[in-house]
Design a protein around this ligand. Structure first.
Ligand code: HEC
Length: 155
């Protein structure tokens, strides 16, 4: 009983951390959204070539996969900070983020955690250089991108 309570509490504290309010008054909502888009731009930039390699569109290069996967993992950890409250479409014009990110924080956090978990695994598997394992883990990670975009990003 007690255990469940503390887990729940830790969860909500974590949730708060993920969606922290823009702390410094100088940080403009537009700057946060722009940072957010940069983070995802870097994620996309590094994720795409791994996809091309596992699909056999370009020659497989284990070292390149490992490097790209590390950037994806790192950026997955940077992403939560880029979703500060008050940086959604009601405030920022140039954003594809949906308001639901902030109205359904628990669902959003869960999608974010799934992504972070799979991205971390991808970086681990990539170090091993096993092409079959990398392909499988790439697929799992790609699912987490789609799951979040489907619900929380405008088309
Ligand atoms: C937890 C939610 C979430 C996950 C997981 C996620 N994304 Fe996104 N992504 C978004 C949101 C929200 C935006 C829109 C950001 C904005 O416009 O402010 C976005 C935008 C993007 C963009 C456009 C960036 C730009 O230049 O504006 C790319 C590319 C992208 N995501 C790729 C990916 C890839 C690849 C993955 C998985 C490896 C991924 N995303 C995982 C939520 C997510």
């Amino acid at each position: 009983m007690k255990k469940t309570l503390s887990v729940g509490l830790a969860g909500s504290i974590l949730g708060l951390g993920l969606l922290a309010v823009v702390q410094a008054a100088e940080t403009k909502p537009e700057d946060v959204a722009s940072y957010r888009q940069s983070v995802y731009n870097i994620i996309g930039w590094n994720f795409k070539p791994i996809g091309a390699m596992v699909k056999g569109e370009v020659p497989f290069d284990a070292a390149a996969v490992a490097r790209h996967a590390q950037y994806v993992e790192l950026m997955s950890k940077a992403a939560p900070e880029a979703f500060a409250k008050g940086t959604g479409p009601s405030v920022v014009k140039k954003t594809e983020a949906k308001e639901e990110i902030w109205t359904k924080p628990a669902e959003f956090d869960s999608k974010m955690k799934d992504f972070q978990q799979e991205a971390t695994k991808l970086a681990e598997v990539a170090k091993g250089g096993d092409q079959t394992a990398i392909k499988a883990q790439f697929g799992k990670t790609a699912e987490t991108c789609k799951a979040c975009h489907k619900e929380f990003r405008k088309d």
